[in-house]
Design a protein around this ligand. Structure first.
Ligand code: ATP
Length: 202
């Protein structure tokens, strides 16, 4: 089996996430995508994050109509910060070493990859499937090769379909009373409204 993992804060999940997941599925021939909402995102430790039960509920609502999309609460159940390496180790235990794993990551997030915990081990456990984000220059692995020689062999790029939407935009729009229709799935827009999320500017 070939499996894609898309980790993120998903505060909230938006069409950008769903588009890259779908594109990774089709261009890499994956059997399923597992969305992994972060519990305590250590890279974003200084920003305020919506309680995990809301972020998880929005991911579930967003993927409900796609049987190939699943969610894993592993990082939400773990105490303390979320480290990708631990998540990938757990996935390997659950699915077995014969499952080929692709960790889907935006080109913006890849830039910091050398600062992640145990990047070499992460590269043993999975291939990085890198998705460009609009307004991002072409992928250049040279700076990462200096610290992580051979990373180029463990990175594949996913077709250029990403759209210029971010969770930050969505939160700002809601706080300003602007529409998020067509930027998030309808069920996510309803959830945000029903629970009064993102009303205050961060
Ligand atoms: P924020 O604006 O709060 O930083 P975000 O929109 O970047 O959030 P995350 O949950 O942090 O969303 O992202 C999870 C993963 O999805 C990251 O690897 C990120 O680079 C990628 N990603 C998010 N939005 C897009 C997009 N529009 N196009 C391509 N990749 C994206």
């Amino acid at each position: 089996m070939k499996m894609g993992i898309l980790g993120g804060t998903f505060d909230p999940i938006h069409l950008g996430h769903l588009i890259i997941a779908e594109e990774a599925m089709s261009s890499l021939g994956l059997d399923r995508i597992i969305f992994v909402p972060a519990g305590d995102p250590w890279m974003k430790a200084d920003s305020k994050i919506t309680p995990s039960q809301h972020r998880l509920a929005m991911v579930l609502a967003a993927i409900a109509d796609n049987p190939a999309f699943k969610v894993s609460p592993v990082e939400l159940e773990r105490n303390g910060p979320s480290y990708t390496v631990e998540t990938l180790e757990e996935m390997q235990e659950d699915y077995g070493a014969q499952t080929e794993c692709f960790f889907i990551i935006g080109a913006d997030a890849l830039k910091d990859f050398a600062r992640w915990i145990q990047p070499e081990r992460i590269l043993e456990l999975c291939t990085l499937a890198v998705v460009g984000r609009p307004a991002q220059e072409a992928l250049d692995l040279t700076p990462l090769e200096a610290t992580l020689p051979g990373i180029g062999k463990r990175v594949v790029t996913v077709g250029d379909v990403a759209i210029g939407v971010s969770a930050t935009d969505i939160r700002e729009r809601v706080a300003e009373g602007r529409t998020v229709r067509y930027l998030v799935p309808p069920a996510v827009a309803s959830y945000i409204q029903e629970h009064g999320l993102y009303k205050e500017k961060r």
